[in-house]
Unconditional design. Structure first.
Length: 176
């Protein structure tokens, strides 16, 4: 199976709807339906049931979703490792921040970063501070910007606007 197939499985699970999944993946619905059938034939099992209210995954489908998430995570880690092994600083920096910070603070900061490292790209997710913490804990992001300090240890946070403002950058220590 190809990486795109794993992405299809993961997105189907997230969307619970073939039409929405096709839209997210920029595919036509008939193309997606045909690809799902090919994936099921390749694995020799039915992964999902289609109904009026969307789709539900079989037991083997649920297991396949977990495997797809694992494979996609490993592929992302491989790409990042290979990029980091190269001489230039390049790759995609995954960041999460609340809407206000992402709108008013990050553009200037990321612009300066990209001036220094032009081969970098950014994947910025808008999320509430509590969700940013979850993303950082699951290592779904490289950096998380939050409001308030959430009782972090001093070595886990860096105030970026000022101590009184309680805006911090959280870098998961287990990843670096």
């Amino acid at each position: 199976m190809e990486e795109r197939d794993w992405q299809i499985i993961k997105t189907l699970y997230e969307q619970k709807n073939i039409t929405k999944t096709a839209r997210v993946l920029y595919m036509s619905q008939p193309t997606l339906t045909a690809r799902i059938k090919q994936i099921e034939e390749s694995l020799g099992t039915k992964l999902l049931y289609r109904g009026n209210k969307g789709i539900t995954f079989t037991e083997t489908g649920e297991y396949t979703v977990k495997f797809a998430e694992h494979i996609l995570g490993e592929m992302q880690e491989l790409r990042e490792t290979i990029t980091n092994m190269q001489e230039d600083v390049a790759g995609t920096l995954r960041i999460a921040a609340p809407s206000i910070l992402a709108r008013y603070f990050l553009p200037k900061l990321l612009g300066r970063f990209q001036d220094m490292y032009p081969k970098t790209k950014f994947d910025v997710q808008i999320a509430q501070s509590s969700d940013v913490i979850s993303l950082a804990s699951s290592l779904g992001i490289h950096f998380g910007f939050v409001r308030n300090d959430f009782d972090w240890r001093e070595d886990e946070r860096v105030p970026i606007i000022g101590e009184s403002s309680k805006v911090s950058c959280h870098q998961p220590s287990s990843k670096f």
